[in-house]
Ligand binder design. Structure first.
Ligand code: ATP
Length: 545
């Protein structure tokens, strides 16, 4: 019997939560009071699931015949994603894997609805045509680089997120409970007063997840969540995602080269090579599928992730890869996977029916989310067992097939009003500016210096009517100075819109000067060739002996 991938019983949930708490250093209770915009933690049971968020129906994404093409100007069209089919179920942690440039990020952007131009094919949500506007509001996209406010503490960042994302019908106490619960589950209680810039890489990642969890999205996209983390933080991070998935969320992430241990934590795997899918199914059936159906035996003691990457880059020849792509398109991969997991599906379906009082879903092997999100717009609120629960109607996620999406895209539904958002963002910005002491001191010194200079230049002009032009000049100079000093941080911190250097984008979207990027690519290629040569030489030496 194979271990359930994506299904979990109540007792299993409990133990997962506890082990996660242990894993992430979840501690006992932390207490305090709400103070201004900052929440200190209120009493809450340690290491429990996210029970204070409203219930949400599971979300299943299905995509059919996805093609993504971009224009290369005069050079024609680049076909990036080629005839991709698949689905992502709730309760499952799905990994999109493949070599660099295979199209992982593009596929995720298409699924998340961030790339629409040049995309053909269908994406359905719970069997209905996806409504982009609503879908984006209910999904979270966590990018490779975090965009935390460096000068705000964990507690403050969470408080701001709660005030922005949770409906105003919740009291401050209820919001604090939600925040506390998330921080406890993510093992961030100890650093609630630590500023973001002092957090470790793993803690920053967890804070990003915590900020998104405030409105408990049922679908979460992660672009290389393990990048920049050491192996143990990597395991912690993926184990956290696994737990979030097991609570009924649909979690999709791209990953480069996971260790065997990390790979095992994923329930579903989508393997891409040059924009084509050559495997889509459970992680458990991957190696048996390759061996039994295609005669591709992963050597013993070899990391399966490394083996499939070798297949993807064509180290075992082009022919096996083409065969795998064709088999996936013909649905053979899916058939094998279903057959392989048949016993498990039957058992978990039975368990699920028992647990859910006979309610059966299409994907009955999967748990229904216990958690909730105060979805923006359309949500109904009810009190259950003293806890505030907000239910989001399933219709929020998609439209019936055939219904035009465009008309629904601009539904302005946010948890809080426009002016509340302005107030909170203004306060956040003010805190960040004031706490950035270097910038603050430079600004003060600059204002004093320029003030003295202008004062000396235009000293004692006020009452002299013959110097009216100088008065106008003084006013103009002051206004320009104030305007430019206010705009400077924005100009300095945003990417230059134009540059004398020709810029290009690396595959992971980092902007490099073109020549530097090409030099780097050439260096990497040269290193790889040298490594291969060294391996060949080594092999020859062994053979000689
Ligand atoms: N807008 C675009 N215009 C031209 N080419 C693009 C565009 N977007 C992506 N590509 C190309 O499509 C290919 C796939 O890009 P993508 O970012 O999805 O790769 P990836 O598998 O995520 O790689 P990595 O793991 O390095 O991030 C790359 O060769 C990239 O250069």
């Amino acid at each position: 019997m194979h271990a359930p991938a994506g299904s979990i019983t109540d007792s299993e949930r409990k133990s997962t939560s506890l082990s996660l708490g242990k894993h992430l250093g979840g501690t006992g209770e932390v207490e305090g009071q709400g103070k201004g915009q900052e929440y200190t933690l209120v009493r809450a049971k340690p290491n429990r699931m996210l029970s204070h968020l409203p219930r949400r129906p599971p979300v299943e994404i299905e995509y059919l015949d996805i093609n993504y093409k971009v224009s290369k100007g005069r050079k024609g069209v680049k076909h990036i994603l080629k005839e991709l089919d698949g689905h992502m179920r709730s309760g499952q942690l799905t990994a999109i894997m493949g070599p660099s440039g295979a199209g992982k990020s593009c596929l995720m952007n298409v699924l998340a609805g961030y790339t629409t131009k040049g995309v053909t094919g269908t994406v359905t949500v719970n069997g209905r045509a996806r409504n982009l506007g609503k879908f984006r509001k209910l999904s979270a996209y966590i990018t490779q680089e975090d965009h935390l406010m460096e000068c705000l503490s964990v507690g403050e960042s969470m408080a701001m997120a709660a005030n922005l994302k949770l409906p105003t019908t919740l009291s401050q106490q209820e919001k604090a409970t939600v925040v506390t619960e998330i921080l406890e589950n993510l093992g961030l209680c100890e650093c609630v007063k630590t500023r973001a810039r002092s957090l470790s890489g793993g803690q920053r990642k967890r804070l990003c997840i915590a900020l998104e969890l405030v409105n408990n999205p049922p679908i979460m996209f992660f672009d290389e969540p393990t990048s920049g983390l050491d192996s143990s933080s990597c395991v912690q991070c993926i184990s956290l995602l696994e737990t979030l998935a097991r609570e009924g969320r649909t979690i999709i992430c791209t990953i480069h080269q996971p260790s065997a241990r990390v790979l095992e934590m994923f329930s579903q795997l989508i393997l891409l090579a040059d924009g084509k899918c050559f495997y889509s199914g459970s992680v458990k059936s991957l190696i048996p599928y390759l061996g039994e159906t295609h005669g591709l035996q992963c050597p013993s003691y070899h990391n399966p992730a490394d083996y499939v990457m070798e297949l993807a880059v064509g180290e075992h020849g082009e022919e096996p890869l083409e065969r795998l792509v064709q088999a996936t398109r013909d649905g053979k991969c899916r058939e094998y996977d279903l057959e392989y997991n048949k016993d498990f599906f039957r058992t978990s379906s039975r368990l699920n029916q028992q647990n859910n009082g006979g309610i059966s879903r299409d994907n009955s092997s999967l748990p229904v989310s216990n958690d909730v999100v105060p979805g923006p717009g359309g949500e109904g609120e009810k009190k259950q067992n003293g806890e505030t629960k907000v239910c989001v109607e399933e219709s929020l996620l998609g439209e019936k097939p055939g219904v035009e999406e465009e008309g629904n895209e601009h539904v302005p539904s946010f948890a809080v009003s426009f002016w509340t958002q302005v107030r909170i963002l203004f306060y956040r910005s003010l805190l960040s500016t004031v706490r950035d002491t270097v910038l603050m001191n430079v600004r003060i010194a600059c204002h004093i210096g320029v003030g003295l200079l202008i004062g000396m230049m235009y000293f004692d002009l006020g009452d002299d009517a013959t110097k009216v032009y100088n008065n106008a000049g003084a006013l103009f100079f002051n206004i320009i100075f104030l305007m430019f000093t206010a705009m400077m941080p924005t100009i300095l911190t945003c990417r230059p819109a134009f540059s004398c250097l020709e810029k290009t984008k690396s595959p992971n979207n980092t902007v490099f000067p073109k020549d530097r990027y090409e030099r780097l690519v050439a260096e990497v290629k040269a290193t790889k060739i040298n490594e291969k040569k060294a391996r060949l030489e080594h092999g020859k030496t062994i053979l000689k002996h």
